[in-house]
Unconditional design. Structure first.
Length: 66
């Protein structure tokens, strides 16, 4: 599924994978509960990535965007 592919490629860039998964899983129950459209699921995955980037900056974490 597209969402899994997006999240997987995102995790490959994450040096703190478990923190990243924690963000994603905290949203996961909402995805199933709301049965939202696929584009909304993609937005949730994108938001998780942005949260990880903010967390990384707050903790002085270095990572490549590309």
């Amino acid at each position: 599924m597209g969402l899994d592919r997006h999240v997987h490629s995102h995790h490959e860039r994450c040096s703190t994978i478990f923190f990243c998964l924690q963000i994603y899983e905290s949203q996961e129950w909402q995805i199933h509960r709301w049965k939202v459209r696929f584009d909304v699921k993609m937005e949730v995955a994108w938001n998780a990535e942005q949260q990880y980037k903010r967390w990384g900056m707050q903790h002085g974490q270095i990572y490549a965007d590309d």
